[in-house]
Design a protein around this ligand. Structure first.
Ligand code: LMR
Length: 397
């Protein structure tokens, strides 16, 4: 039965980990996947997480099945984080949240549910977008097209192009939007532009699906929720996928959530019942540990404060790396102006490096980046940044 099976290509992002792990060079650096490392090159275990895990471990809780939608303590905490604890939508029962297997799992549950709801729709992703967006929505059965987003000339958003495209789409089109820290470009919309996107979604009858994997990595938890808040004030129905992989440094625990904003409480009950069917026929119900830890942190005022402080520390360190990279590139004799790196938000820089230059970084220096030129600033540290800057200088000269 497998005789005719063809070899599939490596995943454009996670596949880099496989190649990186197989590389025997001591000086190698993995700037591919979006993972935060500390200044010693280690994935941190946050103090707030450690405290919550210690309490859990001591309690030795039983391992029964979770509800299909996950724990209420977790789902409510997610809603408060996304929409604000005083949200009228939450109070009205207009928010359905399910615990998902990371942000990717949330997107997949949302995609599968949307396929049942809007089988004939086309999905629109930003140009460019996170590589897995296209693959994921195509695997759910949708045709996937793009809307203009990045303007390479200004290294910002081609907002006129984006708006014009959104305003031309047929009703019922599904629009994937990066709520903050756009992946891969780091170029975000302004508050006013978000309001325009909301208006376009309303006037065209589009289905907005906000992907928020990096809340807290641009300016802070509340500030980074601006897009979700603009939609929540709009009276529209929309989807949000969110993730704690990066903000809690819990990548392998696969902790995320899908939230769906409905028109009314009784609608929420029907929507939840359908989403539960999608989950039950996929992975049945979510694992316990990661979500329990996140809920324990978010629901304890002390641990929540500790977490926000630690998140701010990660955010600040990435910013320092941005400034430092720009300085070191200059010091390495690079004539090209790289100051745009400082303005980009989140974990990534869309460097403008070509696929050939990225290949050379790998071959000559053991430095791994996504072939589009995306690098993860959160993998730089005070020890490897000089090496990386010199390598980039060598390939751009
Ligand atoms: C990334 O873009 O590198 C991260 O979101 C990790 C992933 O799953 O691709």
């Amino acid at each position: 039965i497998f005789a005719a099976v063809e070899m599939a290509p490596r995943d454009p992002i996670l596949g880099l980990n496989e190649a990186f792990n197989a590389d025997t060079r001591a000086e190698k650096v993995n700037l591919g996947v979006g993972v935060y490392y500390d200044d010693n090159g280690k994935i941190p275990l946050l103090g707030a997480v450690r405290a919550a895990e210690k309490t859990r471990l001591e309690a030795m809780p039983p391992r029964g099945y979770q509800p299909i939608e996950g724990a209420a303590t977790y789902n409510t905490a997610v809603q408060n984080l996304l929409l604000g604890k005083d949200s009228q939508l939450i109070a009205n029962g207009q928010v359905v949240t399910i615990e998902a297997l990371g942000g990717t799992g949330a997107l997949k549950v949302g995609a599968d549910y949307l396929k049942r709801l809007q089988p004939g729709a086309t999905v629109y992703i930003s140009d460019p977008s996170w590589e897995n967006h296209r693959a994921l929505f195509e695997s759910a059965g949708f045709p996937v097209e793009t809307y203009p987003y990045y303007d390479a000339a200004t290294r910002g958003v081609n907002f006129e192009g984006m708006k014009a495209k959104l305003n031309s789409l047929p009703a019922g089109s599904i629009i994937i939007l990066h709520a903050c820290c756009h992946n891969p470009t780091g170029a975000d919309l302004s508050d006013a532009q978000w309001n325009d996107v909301v208006d376009a979604c309303r006037s065209r009858g589009l289905i907005p699906f906000l992907d928020m994997a990096y809340q807290g990595f641009a300016d802070g938890i509340e500030a980074d929720a601006v897009a979700v808040r603009a939609f929540s004030a709009s009276g529209l129905q929309f989807f949000v996928s969110s993730s704690f992989s990066k903000s809690f440094s819990l990548y392998g625990e696969r902790v995320g959530a899908l939230s769906i904003i409905t028109a009314a409480k009784e609608e929420s009950a029907r929507v939840l019942s359908q989403v539960k069917r999608v989950i039950r026929t996929n992975y049945s119900n979510p694992p316990i540990h990661g979500g329990a830890v996140v809920a324990a942190v978010l629901n304890s005022p002390e641990l929540r404060q500790q977490w926000e402080d630690e998140l701010a520390g990660m955010r600040d360190r990435i910013r320092d790396m941005r400034t430092s990279l720009v300085e070191q590139l200059k010091a390495a004799g690079v004539a090209q102006d790289f100051s745009f790196v400082i303005k980009q938000r989140g974990m990534f820089s869309y460097t403008g490096l070509t696929a050939a230059q990225v290949e050379q970084l790998k071959t000559d220096f053991g430095i791994y980046a996504v072939s589009t030129g995306r690098i993860c600033l959160a993998a730089l540290n005070t020890k490897n940044i000089g090496y990386v800057a010199k390598a980039i200088a060598a390939v751009v000269k």
